[in-house]
Each structure stands twice: as C-alpha cells, then as structure tokens.
Design a protein around this ligand. Structure first.
Ligand code: SF4
Ligand code: SF4
Length: 487
C-alpha cells in the first residue's frame, strides 16, 4: 500500500486541493508540517451501531477480567517482576519458555491470519486505541464541548473564560478516565488483589514503583487518547506498518467504488456521457478520524473504522441511490477468499502452533516430579541393630512446583506394597516446595535381602501427592522404580 495512491485524474487533485486536501501531505499535518486538529463529524448508521455494541463489550471485558479467577488464579495475570503468568487458568513461569513462545506465536500468527482475510479489522474494531478514543474520550468531548461543528468553532476561538472552563472540565474527566484505565491495566500485571490492598493501605511509599508506573500510564493515556489520538496509528503503530505485508488483493478493506462513483459531481462527464454517483459532498472525509479521503483508494492511514461507509450510505439514501458506494470489499473486487495461498500458510502455522500448545498444556501438571537413582553405588548392604543384613537403595527425587501456591508434597509407597516392609527414609516428608521453585531431596529405601530372592527384579511404585491438609486440590503423581541388590 502506498501512502497515497494515484488519483483518477489531475482534475481530482484540483478538487482535493479545493477541499483543503493536499495529496502530497499527511492528512494530520497542516502546510507548515504542524499537527492539524482533526475533529471528525459524528456519524450514525449500521456499522456505527455494531461498533458501539462491540466496543462496550470489549471495555467491559477489559475492566472485569482482572477481577475474575479460573483455577483459583487471576484469569489473565502477567506478573513480570515475579516472572509468573496466568492465562485462562493455566499458570506459566519464565522458565516455561517453550509454552510462552507457543502462546505468543499463536496470538501473533492469529492476528496475521485475521489481517490477511479481514484486513485492518483489528484497528477499527478491537484496538484499545480506537475503542477507548471512540467510545469514551470523543463522547466526553462531545458532552462538554458540543457537536463537531461547535467543537470546530471552539478550536478557532482565542482562549476566553467559557473556553477555559470547557477545556479544564474536559481534561479533568479525561484524567479520571485515564486513571481508571491505568489502574485496570496495572491489575493485569500486579494482580487485582494486590493492587486493591495497596490502594486501600493508602501508603504510597510502600509501593512507590507501582505508584510511579500507574501514574506514568495515566499520563501516557491522557496524552495519547486525549490529544495525540489517531496520529499514533499513522506515525507510531508497528502493526500499522505491517499491514501492507500481511494483506493482499484478496483481503477485505473499506473501499470506495470508483467505477460507480466516478466521474463525481464537479468533474466533466465521461466520454459516453456517464456521471458517477459520488455527489462530492465530502461527508466521507468529514467523518474520517484520520482525515483522509477514501476516494483516493486504500491508504496506510485508513484504520477501517467504517465511519465513511455509514456517512456515504446516509448520503446515498438522501439522493435516492443504492447504498454501498463505500463498502467493505476486496482490493481485487473479487469475493473474499478465506483460503488464499497466504491465508493458508498463516492457517497452517496457526494450526501447528495450536496443536503444539495443546500438547504442552495437556501434558502440563502443577507439579513435575522426576525420580532418579543416585549416581553412587546402586545399592549398599547395611547391618541392622540385631546384626542381620539389609539392602539400601539411594534415589534422588526432584520436585518442581509449577503452581502459584507454596505446596507440601507427601511421599509414600502404596498400600499394595506394605507387606514388603519397605523402610522409606526421607529427610523431610512432606516436602515443602515454594511456588515456582524446585527441590531435590535424597531418599533411601531399606529392605530385606530376601525380597529380591523371592521376587527377582522387583518393580514398585511411589506416590507423590499434595498434602491435603494445606491444599484444596490434590496433584497425585506416581513414579515407578525398581529395587536392586546383590544377585
Ligand atoms: S477512510 Fe473511512 S474507514 Fe478509513 S479511517 Fe477514514 S473513515 Fe475510517
Ligand atoms: S460521502 Fe459518498 S457521495 Fe459524499 S463525497 Fe464521499 S463518496 Fe462521495
């Protein structure tokens, strides 16, 4: 995608210049290169309604999610300082790098797959930048400063008392909303329970780092959502830069139907006397939050917000022409093919990542146990107090607690082997292992020599389970081992 695509004709350039749209300049800059305040006109219509419902659901999710729990852990927790993560009940630690890799790969390739089919649907429908600005900040602005015409007038005025009061009220409300969003955002990283405790304690000095982080996020949001706005999409967003790589001619985009619209009103009719349906009302430009003219073709600045579709449909209705002069369409104007070569490649990688992730998740337990024979001599012969001989086998038990709670693990030999009178010697039983850490303990099994003589190669089993007195859920694991001695 070029920054600006070619115009249908030089006459179009003249019209654009008359409308204040310089085809060679970014829509958000004035002729001096300074930021131009873009105040998009309000729009109503089919897509606007759909977006409003969708935005409301997303904002609710964003606010509620940190307060919900699955498997007794916060539904989404990205605790970077402690390097522990929880995603929908599955807990990860930083040492779970393969799992984290597959989670990230799944989401990244998923986004690439969606973009290859539905274009910038993320930008227009789900990006927090668009969702918060459109659903909250612009509403506050309209509520305090009036509709887009009144706001444009206000912008032109020199500072006066009325303007000052409006601006200060608006920025105060922006600050409250930014602070709420920043706190919710922080809850994903430090945990909602900890955050609430810290706030209620009222002692900022105890949690100065978190306080500074939340304050900084509030200021960044205030700057970005309150003032910088869609400039972020055009100048800074890395995903926006990737669009042209991820999309192809089969991808969906918000597009102007040039064949139907041109020659637009104000331009000479074509050779066969045909006039296009575009009435040059400029309404599609007026509603555009990035200030572009969609009639110039697909542009990098378009965030696919669909505002121009609703705006143009409204005009078409008024001039009694069919709707859809601006609509979702593929760049090639052929039906959107889900399984193009590109989307198939993305889909294959997505399925592979999904399968790998599922296998890792299926095999994952809150506790990982390994029982190994110690590397010294395989057995020792020891003397009992009564002078008789017994055999001792030495094992190393490695326990890794992968959950978010400190655990105690009880080690025993199942009932079915009790008649063998095995003597299990462990320095500590149950074994305490802190959340996210591991421990290796040495254990010894002492047994009578005649056990081996009677049974030959003796296979046994050992149980390692959560100590139920301190944990609600039990993670029972069993490990097979064999006893060895002199033949
Ligand atoms: S061109 Fe249309 S879809 Fe694209 S950003 Fe502007 S209003 Fe939104
Ligand atoms: S809103 Fe529709 S009719 Fe009006 S200028 Fe845009 S494309 Fe043309």
């Amino acid at each position: 995608m070029d920054n600006k695509t070619e115009n249908p004709s030089n006459e179009n350039n003249n019209i654009e210049n008359n409308l204040g749209l310089d085809p060679e300049r970014l829509s958000m800059l004035d002729d001096q290169g300074h930021k131009k305040v873009i105040i998009p006109a309000e729009v109503k219509g089919f897509w606007r309604n759909k977006r409003d419902y969708f935005y409301a659901v997303l904002i609710l999710f964003f606010l509620i999610l940190p307060w919900t729990k699955i498997n007794n852990t916060q539904t989404i927790l990205l605790d970077l300082p402690n390097r522990k993560f929880a995603i929908f009940g599955v807990t990860f630690w930083a040492h779970d790098a393969p799992m984290v890799f597959f989670v990230l790969a799944f989401f990244t390739i998923g986004l690439a797959f969606i973009t290859s089919i539905w274009g910038r649907v993320w930008c227009g429908w789900a990006c927090p930048q668009t969702v918060f600005i459109d659903f909250i900040y612009r509403r506050i602005e309209k509520w305090i400063e009036g509709n887009y015409i009144q706001r444009r007038e206000l912008e032109k005025q020199d500072m006066n008392f009325k303007k000052f009061i409006k601006k200060i009220t608006k920025w105060f409300l922006f600050f409250i909303v930014s602070s709420l969003i920043a706190h919710s955002f922080a809850a994903y990283f430090v945990g909602s329970v900890s955050l609430t405790e810290w706030i209620l304690s009222g002692d900022i000095s105890l949690h100065m780092t978190t306080f500074l982080i939340v304050s900084s996020i509030t200021l960044v949001l205030l700057f970005d959502f309150g003032w910088f706005r869609e400039q972020f999409c055009i100048i800074m967003c890395p995903y926006g830069r990737f669009q042209s790589v991820l999309m192809d001619h089969g991808s969906l985009a918000v597009l102007y139907d040039e064949k139907r619209g041109e020659p637009r009103k104000g331009l000479p009719a074509s050779a066969d006397g045909k006039k296009g349906d575009c009435v040059s009302c400029n309404r599609c430009v007026q509603v555009c939050p990035t200030g572009i003219d969609i009639r110039k073709g697909l542009q990098m600045e378009c965030i696919a917000c669909t505002a121009c579709i609703d705006a143009c449909d409204e005009i078409m209705e008024k001039v009694k022409k069919p709707k859809g002069l601006i609509k979702y369409n593929t760049i090639s104007e052929k039906q959107n093919k889900i399984f193009s070569a590109r989307s198939l490649i993305y889909l294959s990688i997505l399925v592979l990542s999904g399968i790998s992730l599922s296998v890792l998740l299926y095999n994952r337990t809150d506790v990982h146990v390994a029982l190994l024979r110690a590397t010294d001599s395989p057995y020792q012969i020891i003397k009992n107090n009564d002078g008789s001989e017994a055999i001792m086998n030495h094992f190393k038990l490695h326990i890794k607690n992968q959950g978010f709670e400190d655990k105690k693990y009880k080690i025993d030999i199942p009932q079915e082997f009790q008649n063998l009178n095995l003597d299990l010697k462990i320095p500590e039983n149950p074994v305490s292992v802190k959340a996210g850490s591991d421990k290796t303990i040495h254990l010894f099994i002492v047994f009578k020599k005649d056990i081996l003589q009677k049974k030959g190669d003796l296979k046994l089993r050992m149980h390692i389970k959560d100590d139920l007195s301190i944990s609600k859920e039990s993670t029972d694991q069993s490990k097979d081992f064999s006893l060895v001695g002199p033949s």
